[in-house]
Design a protein around this ligand. Structure first.
Ligand SMILES: [Zn+2]
Length: 428
């Protein structure tokens, strides 16, 4: 059975930072899918005539977009969203690490994980690379809740053995054994994958980073994620801890952690040489503009990443980020670049790409999701403005789909997400 959804449709099947006309948009558009796979996208009349027997859902007035991909978000940090007035290391010490320590209680962790995955789905995020918890029990319940939700989640036990709170520390041996057990149970199960996750070099001994590299060698297809060059004090601390390292990136490189399935969050203060090496390794960067502004970390040097062909995509970085909305995150990326003399001006197509297809590519899922091309999985979001909202008033007068997209990123939030589907099935 083929289903056609009639709505305004927009997606970016090509990279708008490289190609002109990368945005494909249809005012009176349609998406057709069967058995969870997209079979056609385009103008409604064309799609309808290609599939005359299809069941048609008339969703005119709504906008259909690919499901969002959040490349960096911390599940244990929902409760610390909005902890104002602190830079990274103080924010971690006073607010965030004490909250993360509460996840030693598995029931507390289960409730947090449930709220987290539901909130992701309600925001239209169908795929996420999720920074996990420091406790194997808390990581287990995140995978359980993720499996139950149907979302595409990659995540892993966060491992650290220094410079956090003692209760968040483990040993390299325990980290290895607990990670291995979680990988064997969850990696490749349904839509779940495992990501090897040292918190950051500040909190890891060389033996711990070596364990991370060993896990990657032992198991196929694992992702790797951590933090990089977020804050000047953090970078100075890494330099003290790893006197042999020429820069922050080198602390991961030495253990074979920088590669195509690697996503490093932030990279606000990279050297040119780090950018060159990230580009050569085809590693990904999660750009988290809300968090960068909230913690006063700085402005993401987007032009320099583009110049060095470093692939990047958006992440909300909750709880330093200000919520799970990828619309809001796209707006923050726009604001930060506009407000900075060296910024790269973004348009709606580029922002949509960073919130969808770029993330899919960063997570190694570019063949399956991220845009609405035939053959891709039917992962999509229907956005419908609430009656009499400001967004409704703007969309009523929108002169083009591109203008509609600009208004969505500016005004649409959780309450405008009407429906979220993965492989054609409702998840929110
Ligand atoms: Zn983070």
């Amino acid at each position: 059975m083929t289903t056609i959804v009639r709505a305004t449709v927009a997606h970016t099947p090509r990279d708008p930072f490289v190609e002109e006309d990368a945005l494909e948009a249809y005012e009176d558009g349609a998406l057709a899918y069967e058995h969870g796979r997209i079979v056609a996208v385009g103008d409604f009349t064309g799609v309808r005539s290609a599939f005359p027997d299809a069941q048609v859902r008339d969703e005119r007035g709504a906008v259909l977009l690919p499901g969002f991909v959040d490349c960096h978000v911390h599940y244990p940090q929902i409760a610390v969203i909005g902890a104002m007035g602190l830079e990274l290391l103080d924010w971690l010490r006073t607010r965030t690490l004490p909250e993360e320590a509460r996840l030693a209680d598995v029931e507390y962790a289960r409730a947090t994980a449930g709220e987290f995955v539901r909130a992701l789905a309600r925001n239209g995020t169908t795929t996420a690379l999720v920074f996990g918890a420091h406790f194997p029990g808390a990581q287990e319940v995140l995978f359980e809740q993720a499996a139950g939700s149907g979302l595409r989640i990659a995540s892993g036990l966060v491992v650290s053995d220094r410079n956090l709170l003692p209760e968040l520390h483990t040993t390299p041996q325990a980290a290895y054994e607990q990670s291995k057990a979680l990988i064997e149970r969850w990696h490749g199960r349904g839509r779940l994958r495992y990501a090897v996750t040292p918190r950051f070099s500040v909190s890891c001994s060389e033996a711990m980073l070596e364990v991370c590299g060993g896990l990657q060698d032992e198991f196929d297809g694992l992702l790797f994620t951590s933090h990089l060059n977020e804050n000047r004090s953090e970078i100075d601390f890494v330099a003290e801890l790893f006197p042999w390292a020429r820069d922050y990136l080198a602390t991961y490189e030495r253990y074979g952690l920088v590669h195509e399935r690697c996503v490093l969050a932030h990279d606000v203060h990279p050297t040119d040489d780090e950018l060159r090496r990230l580009g050569a390794a085809r590693a990904g960067v999660a750009h988290c503009p809300s968090s960068n502004a909230f913690l006063g970390s700085g402005v993401f040097p987007m032009r320099r990443h583009l110049d060095h062909r470093v692939h990047f995509a958006l992440g909300t970085d909750v709880g330093a980020g200000t919520g799970l909305s990828m619309f809001k995150e796209g707006l923050m990326a726009y604001h930060m670049q506009m407000a900075w003399p060296e910024g790269r001006r973004l348009g709606p197509a580029e922002i949509l790409y960073l919130a969808t297809a770029a993330g899919a590519r960063a997570l190694g899922l570019g063949r399956d999701i991220g845009d609405l091309s035939p053959g891709r999985s039917a992962d999509f979001v229907l956005v419908r403005p609430r009656p009499e909202s400001t967004l409704a008033a703007v969309l009523d007068r929108s002169p083009s789909v591109e203008a509609t997209l600009g208004a969505l990123f500016t005004l649409a939030r959780e309450d405008a997400i009407a429906e979220v589907r993965i492989e054609g099935e409702v998840v929110a």
